[in-house]
Design a protein around this ligand. Structure first.
Ligand code: E4P
Length: 271
């Protein structure tokens, strides 16, 4: 499974690539806002064009997703083309992120605008990462329209299932792959019982019908979700920097280090 870093923070991205653990980058408007504000708080001026170009250079040879902000088919396709033209020459690694459905509510008329924009850009050989996927059927349509990456949002579907169940929870709390039972019923949303179950169902459909798209497990909040994404066959998982760091931690590793360090014989240390 490839690991992308889900961040627009240049320092985090640099570090993940220096460690050799990153195979790509995903950004979104919220991540970019956070990264830009952090720099501004330090008194730095941010030239967004050169800032993004720097990210692309650090990630050279691996995909970097840049998200559109327009919400209609024409606007998203035009903005996608513009971003691709502006930034792809930097390191030849830009993917355009398009929401599967840019509608804000049920009675908006833009439900197919995401699919239209994906189709347009894909026909022009501009690679698309289809974002905000919450059902396997959204993934299926995005794959048909030509998206290269399909991003099911595991953490956010867990949020929804827990909210519907009326429970209080922490954003990083673990939610089991097989779902949770309450009063004899498995909690779920439209036949999806957890974020990892959503990823699993997307992978099954994509592999069963041999689509070329890759399933990119997104909105992952803890190491166990990363492991389970790998176990259900996600092609890619995009991870916040904190989750990448947490993946290495274990109390028995610290304990082992402590005892091995105490046991070093001087003759060995001096070799
Ligand atoms: C994916 O591409 C998104 O940037 C991201 O994974 C969203 O994660 P969140 O639900 O933790 O905000």
């Amino acid at each position: 499974m490839k690991i992308f870093i889900d961040s627009a923070d240049l320092d985090e991205i640099k570090q993940a690539f220096e460690w050799g653990v990153a195979d790509g980058v995903t950004t979104n408007p919220s991540l970019l806002k956070k990264a830009v504000e952090k720099r501004k708080e330090k008194g730095e001026k941010v030239d967004i064009k050169s800032y993004l170009a720097e990210i692309l250079k650090v990630a050279k040879g691996t995909p970097v997703s840049l998200e559109v902000t327009k919400t209609d088919a024409k606007g998203m396709a035009e903005q996608g083309r513009k971003l691709f033209k502006m930034f792809n020459p930097v390191a030849n690694n830009v993917y355009i992120k398009i929401p599967v459905n840019p509608a804000f509510k049920e009675d908006d008329k833009t439900h197919f605008d995401g699919i239209e924009a994906i189709r347009e850009l894909s026909k022009e050989k501009i690679p698309v990462n289809c974002t905000l996927i919450f059902t396997p059927e959204q993934a299926l349509l995005a794959a048909k329209a030509g998206a290269k990456f399909l991003s099911p949002f595991a953490g956010r579907i867990d949020d929804l299932i827990r909210t519907n169940a009326g429970g209080k929870f922490d954003k990083t709390e673990y939610y089991p792959m097989e779902g949770k039972e309450e009063k004899g019923d498995t909690l779920g949303d439209n036949g999806v019982v957890s974020g990892i179950d959503l990823v699993r169902q997307c992978v099954q459909i994509i592999e069963q019908y041999r689509f070329e798209s890759e399933v990119l497990a997104a909105s992952l909040r803890n190491p166990r979700q990363v492991r389970e994404s790998a176990l259900v066959g996600a092609h890619i998982a995009t991870l916040p920097f904190e989750v990448i760091k947490d993946m290495l931690k274990h109390p028995k590793t610290y304990e082992g280090m402590d005892s091995f360090t105490k046991d070093i014989v001087p003759e060995y240390e001096e070799l």
